[in-house]
Write a protein that binds this ligand. Structure first.
Ligand SMILES: [Fe+2]
Length: 138
């Protein structure tokens, strides 16, 4: 797919985010299982539910824009999550692993934030009001 217009760029960004969120949904249960602090495990599982909600929101945005968001792989998130998996090989269960997983989780969130921030600005620019309403749908 070639991206020539801001509208196409917005769709491309949304597809990337959709792929990223789906990858996170797949990875979080494994990461929660690998963590040792019960509070951290709960935080990761809570975030799993939030992430599923984000997937649903993106699907809704796709419907509003009349576009399917499937068919793209977010290579950046794939790499960030691969680094997260390496932690499981490099550490034993315990506080050091938890600290490393928190660091990896922050990378995931910051990658996402960059994508959402851009998508939101593109949608504003395109006056896609229904995509950027009250509570930052994106
Ligand atoms: Fe990406």
């Amino acid at each position: 797919m070639s991206v020539e217009t801001m509208q196409e760029l917005l769709i491309d960004e949304l597809k990337d985010l959709y792929s990223a969120e789906k990858q996170i949904v797949r990875a979080l249960p494994k990461l929660a299982k690998a963590a040792s602090s019960p509070e951290f495990q709960q935080a990761l599982l809570g975030h799993l539910e939030e992430t599923k909600g984000q997937v649903g929101r993106l699907e809704k945005i796709g419907e509003i824009l009349g576009k399917r968001l499937t068919g793209k792989t977010c290579v950046g998130m794939k790499g960030v999550l691969e680094e997260g998996s390496e932690i499981l090989e490099d550490t034993d269960k315990g506080t050091v692993r938890d600290a490393a997983l928190i660091s990896a989780s922050q990378r995931v969130e910051h990658y996402e934030m960059a994508g959402y921030g851009s998508a939101r600005e593109f949608a504003k620019l395109l006056e896609q009001a229904e995509v950027v309403p009250r509570q930052n749908v994106i």
